[in-house]
Design a protein around this ligand. Structure first.
Ligand SMILES: Nc1nc2c(ncn2[C@@H]2O[C@H](COP(=O)(O)OP(=O)(O)OP(=O)(O)O)[C@@H](O)[C@H]2O)c(=O)[nH]1
Ligand SMILES: [Mg+2]
Length: 402
């Protein structure tokens, strides 16, 4: 992927477009690089009392049993970074719970001064976002200590990293709100909805006092049961919304891994489309006027980067072979083991050309068609034939619009 982006950057210099447009394109390419080449695990700091549901939330995001739930001795000690992983990637969690709590967990007492520990952990690595967790049934309780802790954490991060860390409030365990007869998601009972909304409003107000601006508060249920590593009961609700919102608050380099390990298709598609849009922005600039065939490798290079990125979001390992397989399925006959330059040249054949020129609009429509086909193939795991059908359809739509 890095080779590919370098190849594109080299070729951009030869494009016959204005310097300003070249700069805009280079900027977009740097974004793509952040998404994929520099991809790293999200770093999430969590503030929330014992039993608020921190471990359950981690499991709910993974859809797997990663953290131990409800143990008397908690799995995540405070003031240390913990890595939770599955075969698709990792999340790094900093648990900062309990500073203001009367009964502290054993290991916390052993750690001596938790404040210092947390400060060291922050110095070591800057968190991307803070999640402030509160049980639905406790939003009315005194949260002063917890809020103070949130405030302190933000101030420390600001002082050490000069970073205004975003905060997301999470009302946990909303399944426990009345009416209890509405026990299974999606909690559409009007009374349940009203009760959920009431807790969200309260928490929002309380956090806003500390953060000095409105923050998003998301209600969730994270309850799951596992047996032998398999989900045997799933009461998750709104976790997809949470992950979707979380992605918008993360820096670009921390988005892709979270999107893929959470295995939530709606979230993955949204991110894929965001990336496709950025690539279409570039092809739109390059192709504002008809593009000489000689310039197509820049566009097709970007399209390949986009295909690769979508494949990664969908949980595939990034490989030339996988991309070639996809492009072949789109109707191109190219042998395996080709250099990206060759793949890029070949991909151009998918886009209709008039003589030596490709219309810019058609090139952009082609980018869109390729992105939708890649989403179908890598994220929805549709067959090659189905992906090809979507590609053809979108390509046709794009040309009707001309
Ligand atoms: N009904 C319900 N119970 C939940 C939910 N989330 C967590 N719980 C339960 O609440 C208890 C505490 O959950 P944990 O996830 O262990 O909470 P924690 O914040 O990690 O707790 P500590 O690590 O001890 O600080 C467990 O019994 C969970 O099963 C939820 O969404 N709904
Ligand atoms: Mg825990």
């Amino acid at each position: 992927m890095k080779d590919l982006l370098d190849f594109i950057i080299k070729n951009i210099q030869d494009l016959k477009i204005s310097k300003k447009n070249k700069e805009i394109i280079l900027e977009e390419i740097e974004k793509l690089r952040a998404f994929i080449v520099d991809a790293r695990p999200a770093r999430i700091a969590i503030v929330g009392r014992r039993g608020a549901g921190k471990s359950s939330l981690i499991n709910a995001i993974f859809g797997e049993e990663k953290a131990e739930v409800g143990h008397t001795k908690s799995q995540t000690g405070i003031g240390k970074w913990y890595t939770f992983s599955n075969d698709l990637g990792s999340i790094e969690i900093l648990d900062t719970r309990g500073l203001g709590e009367a009964s502290r967990p054993e290991e916390e007492v052993l750690a001596g001064t938790p404040l210092e520990e947390i400060e060291n952990a922050i110095r070591d690595k800057c968190p991307d976002v803070v999640l402030f967790l509160c049980k639905a049934k406790e939003v009315d309780a005194r949260l002063d200590e917890d809020l103070l802790q949130l405030k302190q954490l933000r101030e420390n991060i600001k002082a050490i990293h000069d970073y205004d860390i975003p905060v997301i409030g999470i009302v946990t365990q909303v399944d426990e709100l009345a009416p209890l007869s509405d026990v299974e998601p999606p909690y559409e009972h009007p009374e349940k909805q009203a009760n959920i909304k009431a807790t969200v409003d309260i928490l929002q107000e309380k956090i806003a006092d500390v953060v000095l601006k409105p923050v998003k508060v998301i209600p969730v249920s994270a309850y799951m049961e596992f047996r032998d590593g398999k989900i045997v009961y799933d009461r998750r609700w709104n976790i997809d919304m949470l992950v979707e919102y979380l992605l918008t608050e993360l820096p670009q380099e921390a988005q892709v891994i979270l999107a893929k390990l959470a295995k939530i298709k709606t979230v993955q598609k949204k991110l894929a489309r965001k990336i496709a849009k950025s690539v279409m922005g570039i092809t739109g600039i390059v192709g504002a006027s008809p593009i000489p065939m000689a310039d197509m490798p820049v566009i097709t290079g970007l399209q390949i980067s986009m295909i690769g990125t979508i494949a990664v979001i969908g949980g595939q390992k990034l490989s030339r072979e996988s991309i070639i397989k996809f492009i072949t399925a789109m109707g191109l006959n190219i042998g395996a083991g080709l250099a990206f330059r060759e793949i890029a040249r070949n991909l151009a054949k998918l886009i209709p050309a008039a003589g030596n020129l490709v219309s810019g609009a058609v090139a952009t429509a082609g980018t869109y068609a390729i992105s939708e086909a890649a989403i179908a193939y890598y994220i929805d795991r549709k067959s090659e034939e189905e992906a090809k059908r979507i590609f053809d359809k979108e390509m046709k739509n794009g040309q009707v619009d001309q």
